[in-house]
Design a protein around this ligand. Structure first.
Ligand code: PEP
Ligand code: MN
Length: 341
């Protein structure tokens, strides 16, 4: 349980709370994150209930286990978090477009993608150099060489670079090069990695786990936030369903619910959510009008030759067509799209 204290708690109210806690036998630990107004209970042998804690003066709310995403919760932080990185604003009025290949394969491939992203009004060039592949025999990414290509091409086109960190071992390398660090679905609950990401300062794009609830997703974000890094972007990328005809099932209702539950930006990735390129544009349009702060898409100049996720890659021309649609749709939901950086 976490006690969220009233920021205006008086010294005597705090003293009274501390002696109440000591009398109950509860042990507490300091919160090391951004907020100073939290008391984290590490044990509560007296079985004091949330209601009893909440009745103490100076306690705003006692939050029970499973709901302890106090840094992520809109309840305690009503205004949207806007992440500003290299001239882009994520979570602000602009609908953000991030696109690129699943994996960085070559300079020519990245060039073609960057040209398409930039022409379509995108801000971020995505691309993995450390790839989480289902089979150990599949292409695993170019590693450091991929990061180098990605950085050069992104800079040439005035785009931000986003790349996945697969392991704590690679964190310093990727964080030294990329502007935004991606945590993939399979790592959403890699808690040591999340803690390490919380102790560095680059923004983190956290993808929803393959079968994670919204609460688990927000608690994963909480691992990063509570360590002091407030720049977390959430990404809905589909969840596993009973239906094998789609790679995943895009959960747009969760986008709406997450925007209510949290102040953090929420992007939608319709590429992994569907696994089929024909479904990507319709789902991207739906995401844009249901309240997503932006889109994350896989694009490839020659999908048939892609070393990973070819079936879900759209072509540069598709990205351009989507961009025309977003120019029309963004104002419908009070957003801008494709304004000069
Ligand atoms: C990716 O973005 O290429 C990726 C591996 O996504 P996810 O973690 O959502 O499967
Ligand atoms: Mn992919």
């Amino acid at each position: 349980m976490i006690l969220v204290l009233d920021p205006a708690i008086t010294p005597s109210q705090r003293e009274a709370l501390d002696s109440f806690l000591a009398g109950s036998g509860a042990t507490v630990r300091e919160n090391r994150g951004g907020r100073g107004d939290l008391v984290v209970l590490t044990s509560n042998p007296g079985g004091v209930t949330a209601e009893e804690f909440q009745a103490r003066s100076g306690v705003l709310k006692a939050v029970s286990a499973g709901q302890e995403f106090v840094h992520a919760a809109r309840e305690f932080h009503p205004e949207n978090t806007v992440i500003r990185v290299g001239g882009a604003e994520i979570g602000g009025k602009e609908l953000l477009l991030a696109a690129g290949p699943c994996a960085v394969e070559s300079e020519a491939q990245m060039e073609a993608c960057a040209r398409a992203v930039s022409a379509a009004g995108g801000r971020i060039l995505r691309g993995g150099s450390f790839k989480p592949r289902t089979s150990p025999y599949s292409f695993q990414g170019l590693g450091a060489e991929g990061l180098r290509i990605h950085r050069e091409v992104a800079d040439r086109h005035g785009l931000l670079m986003m790349s996945e960190v697969l392991d704590r071992e690679d964190l310093a390398l990727v964080a030294g090069v990329a502007d935004i660090l991606q945590v993939g679905s399979r790592n959403m609950q890699n808690f040591p990695l999340l803690k390490a990401l919380g102790r560095q300062s680059k923004p983190v794009l956290l993808k929803r786990g393959l079968a994670s609830t919204r609460e688990e997703f927000l608690l994963a974000a909480e691992y990063i936030l509570s360590e002091g890094n407030g720049q977390v972007i959430l990404c809905e990328r589909g969840i596993r369903s009973f239906d094998p005809s789609l790679r995943n099932s895009l959960d747009l209702a969760s986008v709406v619910l997450l925007k209510e539950m949290t102040h953090l930006p929420v992007l939608v990735d319709p590429s992994h959510a569907t696994g089929r390129h024909r479904l990507v544009l319709p789902m991207a349009r739906a995401a844009a009008v249901c309240g997503a702060d932006g889109l994350l898409l896989e694009v490839h100049p020659e999908p048939a030759k892609a070393l990973s996720d070819g079936p879900q890659a759209i072509l540069p021309a598709d990205l351009m067509a989507l961009s025309e649609d977003l120019r029309v749709l963004a104002p419908v939901v009070g957003r801008t799209f494709g304004a000069p950086a």
